[in-house]
Design a protein around this ligand. Sequence first.
Ligand code: BES
Ligand code: ZN
Length: 618
Amino acid sequence: MLNRLLLLCGLLWAGLISFAVVASDDSYTYANYQQVTVSHLHLDLAMNFEQKTLSGFADLQLNWLVSDATELYLDTRDLTISRVYGKQQNGNWQQVPFILAARDEVLGSKLTISPEFQPQKIRIHYSSTPQASGLQWLSPEQTASKTTPFMFSQNQAIHARSWIPIQDTPAVRMSYSARIQTTDKVLVVMSAPNDPATARDGDYQFYMPQPIPAYLIAIAAGDLHFKAMSEQTGIYAEPYILDAAAKEFASTQAMIDATEKLYGDYRWGRYDLLILPPSFPFGGMENPVLSFITPTVVAGDGSLVNLIAHELAHSWSGNLVTNATWRDLWLNEGFTSYVENRIMEQVFGTDRAVMEQALSVQALQDELAVLSANDSILHIDLQGRDPDDAFSGVPYTKGQLFLMFLEQQFGRDKFDPFVRRYFADHAFQSIDTASFVQYLDNNLLKKYPDVVSLEQIKTWVYHSGLPTGTPAPLSDAFNQVRQHASNWLAGNIELAAMPTASWTVHEWLYFINNLPLSISQAQLASLDAAFNLTESANSEIAHAWYLLALKTGYQQIMPQLEQYLINIGRRKLIIPLYKQLTLTPAGLAFARKVYQQARPGYHPLAQGSVDELLQQQD
Ligand code: BES
Ligand code: ZN
């Protein structure tokens, strides 16, 4: 009787927990995570650069939530599964049946494991395949040093399943450990505490004690070396860029200190940065303890370090408090863009922070002009699409504007403590949009009545476009740039009369982005002659200039554009250029020619995007 009562309590309790943690379902996982969750993952893998595989086994520690459930559904994509074992009460491993379903284009293959009892642990022997969507394997020739191969993972949104059989949903968190064996030429690092002094012997162990979702599990290996920036922070990189990166990102410690003051303790111990090869398809990825960073932000002047502020900010918004599904991505990225900008303001001052706001808002407005109404909703309906395909600036900048709106309405004295408490109250949990709105209503709207209505909140979160009352960042510096530009364009002043010597990268970006498409070839040529824009070593300035040149038919950039597209694989920088090129027959021919050379060096994600762009034109 007592046993039954206990069981009943347990069931009720389990039901409550699973209900409290995630109210809505993630449609991008096959996992039956309402019945059973993975609480710890252990990987024991051999990394093979010749075969481009990770192979070995994964142990999944299970937490059964429902008494009569005996099946476990996992996410996989392009994995070879050889054997599955379940651990019995007596400690023995018993082989158990499994079925790997046909491959769905978006979700991959559902792995059904049917032990017919409730094992506390499952062991899956498997191997990844060379086409793993979440891994890039670079040959020594494709790296800077040319001597050592390189590999790295990019799991967000749903690529963890291409190298780990797992519950690939942000609604489930687990701690993890790993043993990775490989050639002793490479150093392996993971999104877990890394010991800078580890023996470089090809046999590496990791332990991540904090529970994280599968999209934050990460691995990389290559000719990596470490350089400390402070007690708490440091750089992992190939030797060619190690010193430059440590110098570029010297403000990282100041950023951590500023964020802790605003939003509470940094909960992850060390904070290191890993500089990836230029084929890394993103600017940055917030893998806990070790953010992954594109080398294209090592600009020499610290002008693009907001990217570090961004990835660091995810240590609160995203990694500590996590979007429950990919529909709720704005909770990760909107909060992070907001916190990023608050960090930039603290460390570099208001002028720079406002310029960065203004650039983001302009970019969002350009995007909104071409996005569908549906895709401009914060709580987006992904309509079954691959979450990668629905990616836009909306969760980032509209999300940021929403939080700036709340900040302006309530004042920082009320809003900052609210955000701080939101992080503390949801630490190591996942949250969906409806629960956030509820929390906001209870802890801010009702606490300070008649400032903002629930209706206004719902308009921001569930409606398309930008509501009236959207904050409009105003930068004095940009207004002056605008003035100078229009005077020059009208022929009233010489180029030399513009105070460009004191312009920051942000002012240059604003200047280039706002030149009219009616600008003459002679004007473009004189800008180029005076400021060498075609040769700019700043990846963002070059991007903006090339885009303008393509739109206006300024041909002089073509050789440099070719090199840019071959050397860089960061999607945000290359996709708009390819897109623009496809608009003319000559541009398309050029794009196809360049892409032939560039494609082998691109990450599978970038290959997918560009393949689609260039094939569409057939
Ligand atoms: N977490 C994102 C990258 C991401 C988002 C990958 C969604 C896959 C799906 C990362 O934090 C990010 O936002 N990176 C930006 C940084 C920028 C906004 C400063 C990037 O890569 O450009
Ligand atoms: Zn982000």
